[in-house]
Design a protein around this ligand. Structure first.
Ligand code: ZN
Length: 293
């Protein structure tokens, strides 16, 4: 039995990479019976059948898995976010961050369209950037035709499996096309055959870029908190998590509990008011969620 990683899934086949070679595998019938489905990104055991064919026999435990795109074992996400048109929105940014944190995917915040800001707006935004950096997030900024962006992103890809995520219409596809030049070709062929502006669902593939793996399709651009429980929300705000060890009660939700370290940090300004307000709102959304059966 050999071990490899699924890099592409297409028409019922899984393309398993091992030592630079792609082996075209079928899934074993037992996966269907168990309701299990191999995903791109899965580390698998497989058997060979002939020259370049085989069977996926076993899926190794996953670190995480996304539904859109359907990929497992993601390390980080480049979170592409506009500062103007649409305007910078901390609650939307925090929504993305919370979802990524809940999947244990490390976010790299990439703020675009910096050139469109007025001096006053730039001042406000700089303060926000400082806040997020202080929390521990990697924040990078970019503007139109920013030649240095690739040189800054590329080293971050080495040794990691990365997806692109973020708002729609902020340049995710452009960024992806620049990182994976051969995608331009594919997109060109698709738009020729379907006409401009039409979309097609493509398969997902992990492409080797700069010593890492990059998903060739942008990740989620919308979501809800369906999978997050109220007790888990604190852990999705890293600066809360660090401080919450000082809360008197285990499982403190930092609402009305006495001797809450998070509430004290809010008073001293160590936790930002807008971050706490977003936490409160997300917690309420989780409380209001209809129970699942
Ligand atoms: Zn607390």
């Amino acid at each position: 039995m050999a071990q490899g990683q699924i890099r592409k899934a297409l028409s019922g086949y899984y393309y398993v990479e091992q030592d630079g070679e792609l082996i075209q595998c079928r899934g074993r019938g037992v996966f269907r019976n168990r309701g299990e489905s191999p995903l791109v990104g899965d580390v698998v055991d497989f058997t060979r059948e002939g020259e370049s064919d085989g069977y996926v026999m076993k899926i190794h435990p996953r670190k995480n898995e996304l539904v859109r795109p359907p990929i497992a074992n993601i390390d980080q996400a480049i979170l592409v976010f506009s500062v103007k048109e649409p305007d910078f929105n901390t609650i939307l940014l925090d929504r993305f961050l919370v979802v990524l944190e809940s999947f244990h995917i490390e976010p790299i915040i990439c703020l675009t369209k910096m050139d469109l800001l007025t001096d006053e707006e730039l001042g406000q935004l700089t303060a926000y950037i400082e806040d997020y950096k202080k929390i521990g997030y990697e924040v990078m900024t970019t503007f139109k035709e920013d030649a240095s962006l690739m040189a800054r992103i590329q080293p971050m890809l080495a040794g990691k499996t990365t997806v692109l995520a973020g708002q729609s219409g902020v340049g995710k596809s452009t960024l992806l096309n620049t990182l994976i030049p051969e995608l331009n070709l594919k997109t060109g062929i698709i738009s020729q055959s379907l006409g401009r502006g039409k979309h097609t669902t493509r398969h997902v593939e992990l492409i080797e870029v700069c010593g890492g793996l990059l998903a060739d399709t942008p990740g989620f651009s919308s979501f809800d908190f369906d999978t997050i429980e109220k007790e888990e929300l604190t852990a999705c705000f890293p600066e809360f998590l660090r401080i919450s060890e000082g809360c008197k009660f285990r499982g403190c939700l930092h609402m009305k509990e006495p001797k809450c370290a998070v509430k004290s940090a809010l008073e001293t300004g160590d936790i930002k008011e807008y971050r706490y307000a977003h936490y409160e709102q997300f917690l309420q959304e989780i409380f209001d969620r209809k129970p699942r059966y």
